[in-house]
Ligand binder design. Structure first.
Ligand SMILES: [Fe+2]
Length: 264
């Protein structure tokens, strides 16, 4: 499996705090069947502003070397979790290779947990004009997307993709998040599952338990696509092989209310 979203680089954000912890995280991932991890430190969020983004590359190289010495067969690749900010387009033009995933076209976009600012469609258009394919990071943890799945649907129709967290399927962020992620799954609004791992205790870099849960909902082939085929396409910078047409949540509600009139 490929873990597209993990805060494994030490000392850059609220993820691994030391090289030892990063090595332990990689060990947990290897045991879970993960072969590649994209390191996705927070960028442009609160205090996670780095003067020079080349520090990400230095940390990644150091970790890969240490994993080799320790005989851990997990490869760490380039990436970031990019918080929406005013000068995002300028940052992309300046530092593209540090911001996108594995130097390709895909890029994580993170929203604050309580907001999706108006004009998000315009920003997504601008991103796409820069040849960026946005991956919306864990929308099931954002209260606006949870209340208005039609907004997520609209962004996916525009060409955005969606990553959800392993822990959301396991209920670790609460019942509401779990219900939301299962609803998005039902609407074909999920293209990737990743760990969003931060440490070795609570937010661990594992995915397999979530895959079992998803298999029970939508079958083995689709579950596999979300952790293997689609992430592989991201790393190889090509179109996603599994992009099932999304269901419009409003249309679905309409159909349901025709069948069950009291839902109107
Ligand atoms: Fe994250």
């Amino acid at each position: 499996m490929i873990d597209l979203h993990c805060h494994i680089l030490p000392g850059l954000d609220d993820g691994a705090q030391s090289l030892d912890e990063a090595v332990e995280m990689a060990r947990i991932a290897e045991k879970d069947g993960i072969e590649k991890i994209v390191a996705t430190p927070h960028l442009f969020r609160n205090n996670y502003v780095h003067e020079d983004l080349s520090i990400i590359e230095e940390k990644r190289k150091e970790l890969n070397k240490t994993l080799k010495v320790n005989n851990i067969r997990v490869e760490i690749l380039n990436g970031a979790e990019v918080h929406i900010s005013h000068n995002l387009i300028d940052e992309i033009r300046k530092n593209r290779d540090y911001i996108v995933l594995n130097k390709g076209a895909y890029m994580f976009v993170e929203f604050p947990s309580e907001h999706v600012f108006s004009g998000v469609q315009k920003l997504f258009f601008e991103l796409m004009r820069e040849d960026i394919i946005p991956i919306i990071a864990h929308p099931e943890r954002n209260s606006v997307f949870v209340r208005h799945p039609s907004l997520l649907y609209e962004l996916v129709q525009m060409g955005a993709t969606v990553q959800t967290n392993r822990g959301s399927f396991l209920g670790i962020y609460g019942k509401k998040t779990e219900e939301a992620v299962l609803h998005f799954l039902e609407l074909n609004l999920i293209h990737f599952i990743a760990s969003d791992g931060h440490n070795t205790r609570s937010l661990v870099p594992r995915i397999s338990e979530a895959v079992i849960r998803v298999e029970a909902e939508v079958g083995a082939e689709r579950a596999r696509a979300l952790v293997m085929d689609n992430p592989k396409a991201v790393l190889e910078d090509r179109e996603l092989p599994f992009f099932t047409e999304a269901v419009n949540p409003d249309e679905k509600k309409k159909k349901l209310s025709l069948k069950i009139p009291f839902l109107k």
